[in-house]
Structure formats: structure tokens, C-alpha cells
Design a protein around this ligand. Sequence first.
Ligand SMILES: [Fe+2]
Length: 300
Amino acid sequence: MSRVTDIRYVGYAMPDMEAERAFYADTWGLQPVAADDGMAYFKAQGHDEHHVVRLRQDTVSRVDVIALAADTRADVEALHDKVVAAGCKVIFAPQELTSPGGGYGFRFFTPDGLPFEVSSDVARGDHRQMVRWDAVPQKISHIVLHSPDHKAMVQFFIDVLGFKLSDWLGDFMAFLRCNEAHHRIAFLPGPPCLNHVAYDVLTIDDMMRGINRLKKKGTEILWGPGRHTAGNNTFSYFTTPGGFAVEYTSELEDVDFHGHEAQVHVPGPQIMDQWGVGIGGPQTMPHPKADPGLFQPAGI
Ligand SMILES: [Fe+2]
């Protein structure tokens, strides 16, 4: 069955692109990718995905696109057909992509109105073997979204895009996989918007040293450091200058893509955070509000 197999990049718009650009380049630890379209692109050093972040200046802060990978052009076309059959609004049908890295893909709005892209054949970039204490992102780990009907969105990602359910946390947070990683997408209740984008760092030491670098550069930790139960990954949350939440994570568990059986983690003390020594909590994360870009194509 044709399905999504990974996350490629997240495109954001914000009023102060220069501050956001400086954050990703100088503080968060991504590498600029050359482009001549007025937007800023960044890649992660530890993976050959062409780019993981795209920034565009605008008067509003919004998500422009969340780009996902499929294996082949045939998969892109089959997924497009499934998205159309599910009644989604298509932004553009499968075509040769003109963005850096090229490829073949289409864009659509989820039933909630968030813009997604599915693509294949995007050029691969350079990467290197990460080593302990690098303390910069290897690649995107996972993306968490809010939905007014999060159970319906979970079903949409399973039925239409080919994700599999990995775990529930109570009945309010679902974790979905599209490869061996325990989760690549997760859903929470709330107005349609992005909750956060997480980046894998090599080890827990890289996360702790990364926290130190961010603190020195004036970006305080929002929640963490801690270790979640679902996925068993460590976490530390921050916000970018533009107000988007981002995470360093390590040790997200691998599962058998086909055979892993979902379980329900009962909410309780030290379930969201098995250590319980960090600062903050879900209540210190940015308050979710509907993304201003719902059902409005970014146009680029
Ligand atoms: Fe996360």
C-alpha cells in the first residue's frame, strides 16, 4: 500500500524572518542551504534530507507547509488519489516541484485545514556521522499537532496516509508511526495548529549540552529536561523568536513498523515525564490557537 514514509521539512512564515534565521543558524544548530527565492532554508547535519526548515517573511506567523516523504512517484500519485477521495481540498496536484531539491509532489489541506505536501525524488543533501557532544540536530524526529477532532485526524492519517497507531496517552494524545521510529506525528486536542517540531540529537549528553548552549544564547528551556513514557524519548522544549515551539529529543525508541502493538498509557504522575526533575510542564508550552493559514495556500 502506498504510504508516507518520513517527514521532510516544515515551512513557516513570520514577521521577523531575520531573527528566526539567526536562531536556526546560530543557536539551534542547523546549516543554511543556498536558495535564491527570498526564503531561508536549513538542513540538519546528521541526515541527507535536503532541508528540514523553510522560513518566509510575512505579516502573520503561520505554518506554510508540512512536507512528508513517499518512496516513489507512483506512491505520490496514489496518495493524491486517496486524499482526493477523502474529500480534502488539494492545493496543487502531483507535479515537478520547483523548490530547492526539486522532486515530485502535491499539496493538500487536511480536513482541519493545515497544509501538507507529499513528495518523492527530492535531491539528497550532504550529511556526516554525528558524534557525542555535537549537541546539534541530526534530523527532524517528530511533529505534534492539535485538532478539534483529534480522533478523526488520527484515523485520517492511518486510513489515508498509511500511518500506524503506536500508543495513546489516555484518550487525549495519540502517537503515529510511518517507519521504525515509535512516532513521527502525534495529535492532541485543540484548535488546528502546530504544537511543536522535535529534532533528534545523538545522545542525552547532546541534549544536555544543547540546553546549555541555548541558555548561554538567551533561549531558556520551556519544559524539561525530561523523559516521556510513550516512545521513551528524552525531551527539552524551547520557543523560537517567532514563537514556534521546538524540541531537542534523544533515544526515541524504534519499534517493528508492522508488528508493534499499540498500548494506552494511563495518565498519572511521572507518565508525561518519567524523571520529574525538570522545569515547567505542558502548562508552560505556548497556548494553542488556530493557525492563521488554515485553508489558505502560502502561494509558494
Ligand atoms: Fe515531542
